[in-house]
Design a protein around this ligand. Structure first.
Ligand code: IMP
Length: 430
């Protein structure tokens, strides 16, 4: 049975959560493998509208086990609030497990993230300010605190004593801010540990028993491949590996056990934060794409920031498909283009006298390329009530087909609205 990764293949916010929500009842296990509460997955189903940051989007299916994997960085206060909100909406979380190996976001991470952004001035990244970068940096420096540590009073105190001594030196000398209190943080995080204890587990046996039993498993991504620390538009990236390799690493599954990678792409492009965006639009066309006033407006789920918008960039789309082994594409928000008389797709870049069909790695160069566009006639009719691919206007079918041809991967799904039933399955994906 398949292990399928659902990854964001642009700059995040492609609608991965919705795809996972729809597929969850076919899976026995959903594993969120990376990122933290910088992510915001909007899921609309029969239980309501949810904006979830850490809990896997499979939580709405009562028969599915949901795991927050070892690769995730967890702000315990945010997670507890999210669980409480789910309970309030009648959602059961008995089958939620948190890897004891996952890293914990501490108050100094949030502080450092926000201070670093301030100090960067015009070099700022536009982070979500949730402590993600510093938490991953500390993990790599081996001074992180893991979820399992929160359950052991002595271990937590000893580690925190040592780490906070260093952090306080940094905060007072370098950042010129006040010291943080060991006592307060210790008690607060011990309390978090107590509240989360029933969810914390060694998730390795759960995952590998499921693999042995050959049950369908979904690996749920956060952010997008262009925000990847190695292959994204560095330094305007997040601090994790949101793609397929990160799925293996963050879940604790070998690459040979993965059967399929679904790349989720919006029918156009969006980006939050700083960094190059070759097909970025301003003006009227940007307003159409932003859908301001609608529940699915292009406003950041986590930060409320207005998203930058632009035409679909097939150069970047093909690149992320290649580096992640994407074999199936899900195109979301096709309906947003319903009123566009004509639609552009970037098929190449012009740089001086040369044409490129791949993105330059240097962010300054990428921001200077001139997109080469292919123009498509719009379909100028609503698609939100359509439930079969063949019933879409022929221009919309042609547009999707051409995107897949340019990406070089078969189509799996198309969405024409935010509801579950507005996801059209064109080819079986799980
Ligand atoms: P960080 O992950 O908070 O450090 O932010 C780094 C960059 O990634 C910033 O440009 C953020 O706007 C962007 N980013 C992080 N998470 C998401 C997400 O879930 N969707 C879209 N952009 C994100």
């Amino acid at each position: 049975m398949p292990v399928v990764a659902v990854i964001g293949a642009q700059w995040g916010d492609e609608g991965k959560g919705r795809i996972v929500d729809v597929l969850a009842d076919r899976a026995r296990l959903v594993i969120r493998y990376g990122g933290g509460n910088n992510a915001g997955h909007t899921v609309i189903n029969q239980y309501g509208t949810f904006k979830i940051h850490l809990v896997p989007s499979g939580i709405f299916d009562t028969s599915t086990v949901n795991i927050i994997g070892s690769g995730v960085v967890i702000d315990p206060g945010v997670l507890l609030k999210e669980i409480a909100d789910l309970h309030e909406s009648g959602i059961n979380t008995d089958k939620l497990f948190i890897s004891d190996r996952a890293q914990v976001i501490m108050p100094y991470h949030v502080l450092q993230d926000q201070l670093d952004e301030m100090l960067r001035g015009d070099q700022k990244i536009g982070t979500t300010g949730r402590g993600i970068g510093p938490a991953y940096a500390d993990k790599m420096s081996r001074i992180g605190i893991r979820v399992g540590d929160l359950l052991q009073e002595d271990v937590l105190l000893k580690r925190l004593q040592f780490i906070l001594e260093n952090k306080n030196r940094l905060l007072t000398s370098l950042y010129k801010t006040q010291e943080l209190s060991l006592h307060e943080i210790y008690l607060q995080y011990l309390n978090y540990g107590r509240q989360l204890a029933n969810y914390v587990a060694d998730t390795h046996p759960i995952i590998h028993r499921a693999l042995e039993k050959d049950v369908p498993i979904l690996l749920e991504g956060a952010q997008g491949a262009l925000l990847d620390i190695d292959h994204g538009t560095y330094p305007y990236v997040t601090s994790s590996a949101p793609g397929a390799a990160g799925a293996c690493q963050g879940a604790g599954i070998g690459p040979t056990q993965m059967h399929s990678v679904i790349g989720v792409y919006k029918a156009y492009s969006t980006r939050v934060g700083e960094g190059p965006f070759p097909t970025e639009l301003e003006g009227d066309a940007a307003d159409v794409l932003r859908q301001i006033g609608k529940p699915w407006a292009e406003v950041g789920t986590t930060t409320g920031r207005l998203r930058r918008v632009g035409w679909f960039d097939a150069v970047l789309a093909r690149y992320t498909a290649q580096i992640n082994g994407v074999d199936t594409v899900a195109i979301t928000k096709l309906d947003v283009l319903d009123t566009m008389p004509s639609i552009q797709v970037c098929t190449g870049y012009r740089m001086h006298d040369t044409e490129l069909d791949y993105p330059p790695g240097n962010p300054t160069t990428l921001s200077q390329v001139e997109p080469i566009y292919e123009e498509f006639p719009g379909w100028m009719q609503p698609t939100s009530d359509i439930r079969y691919f063949e019933h879409l206007p022929k221009e919309a079918q042609a547009y999707v087909a051409r995107l897949c041809e340019l990406i070089g991967v078969r189509i799996g799904m198309v969405s024409v609205g935010p509801e579950r039933e507005q996801i059209i399955e064109v080819n079986p994906v799980l």
